[in-house]
Design a binder for this molecule. Structure first.
Ligand code: HEC
Ligand code: HEC
Length: 264
């Protein structure tokens, strides 16, 4: 036991340092349904008075649009809610780390899934853009496509308009922990890269470039690095006319196989 524990402990100390090389910002560690519910309780007692019970805004801004003028990353929203916005009615709060993250999770939930009503594009034209740009080489929609990126079959139900737009134009800005990638080198010199699926103290599971699920024991690794940057290319400036809005409208329309079939 002793000889296995030591390398694992060393790795545990090394990983966060390696992870800091990425420029991506911090994502919310508290996003479970219970966290969202807890955030909602605080929201109703402390925020609804200005932002409205449904988040549609009143004295405060509309929080359902998914667009945040004061920064749209999780840690920007964290800072806004923690420190307030000087010179405006938006007050700072006294909540601690975990509760604040739960509020952020709730604020995010107010705009998740509303992207479809907010887009001005045409989803059927967007499907053509999606195919032309080769998005399906890395993403699954209803079981078709590649697996290097996350499955997009229900992306419209889960994400806000702002998040969808940022994901395509600036993928590095807000990569979710389940989308981090892993670079590992085994003690016998084999290099393995892939998408990080799961990780605990002793092992890490990843999906390699051939879409095989690989489980690595950290004790067998000479090097192990988590990269929080996206392996998705940035598409900023690569669309013409209404193409971008159409593509986003298509993504926003994806709500699972049953709903997607009905729309086609
Ligand atoms: C007294 C009224 C008031 C209360 C209470 C209040 N807000 Fe605000 N909030 C505002 C106003 C006004 C703004 C817009 C400030 C500006 O940019 O002019 C704002 C802005 C924000 C923003 C930034 C929006 C953007 O576009 O970037 C967020 C996020 C936010 N509030 C969340 C909250 C949360 C969460 C709470 C409860 C913990 C809360 N607010 C409580 C009035 C309030
Ligand atoms: C080379 C592979 C690759 C290509 C090509 C690619 N993506 Fe991605 N995409 C990824 C990876 C990996 C992620 C996860 C990391 C991240 O969030 O940026 C991702 C993330 C996303 C997300 C965010 C998913 C979430 O859970 O919020 C969206 C939306 C998206 N891609 C849409 C597209 C669209 C639209 C195109 C075509 C214009 C495209 N992707 C092309 C690999 C790719």
């Amino acid at each position: 036991m002793k000889h296995r524990l030591l390398p694992a402990l060393l790795l545990a100390a090394v990983v966060p340092a390696a992870a800091q090389h990425g420029h991506a910002t911090l994502s919310n560690p508290y996003t479970s349904p219970d966290d969202v519910a807890a955030g909602g309780r605080i929201y109703r007692s402390h925020c609804a008075v200005c932002h409205g019970l449904q988040g549609k805004g009143d004295r405060g801004t509309d929080l359902t649009t998914g667009m945040f003028r004061h920064g749209a990353n999780d840690d920007d929203i964290y800072k806004t809610v923690s420190e307030g916005i000087p010179g405006t009615e938006m007050p700072g709060t006294f909540f601690n780390g975990r509760q604040l993250w739960q509020i952020v999770a709730y604020v995010r939930s107010l705009s998740a899934g509303r992207a479809a009503e907010q887009t001005k594009g045409d989803p059927s034209k967007g499907l053509a853009v999606y195919n032309a740009k080769g998005c399906g080489g890395c993403h699954l929609v209803n079981g078709e496509g590649g697996r290097m990126g996350p499955d997009l079959s229900r992306i419209g139900e889960r994400r806000s308009l702002g998040h969808l737009q940022m994901s395509v134009t600036k993928p590095n800005e807000n990569v979710l922990p389940q989308n981090w990638s892993v670079r590992a080198v085994t003690r016998d010199g084999k290099k393995i890269n892939g998408r990080r699926m799961n990780e605990d103290t002793f092992s890490v599971q990843l999906l390699d470039a051939n879409e095989r699920l690989v489980s690595l024991s950290k004790a067998d690794l000479a090097q192990f690095e988590i990269d929080r940057n996206s392996s998705m290319p940035a598409y900023e400036g690569q669309f013409q006319g209404g193409e971008f809005d159409d593509l986003i409208a298509y993504l926003a329309s994806l709500r699972g196989p049953e709903a997607n079939q009905a729309a086609e």
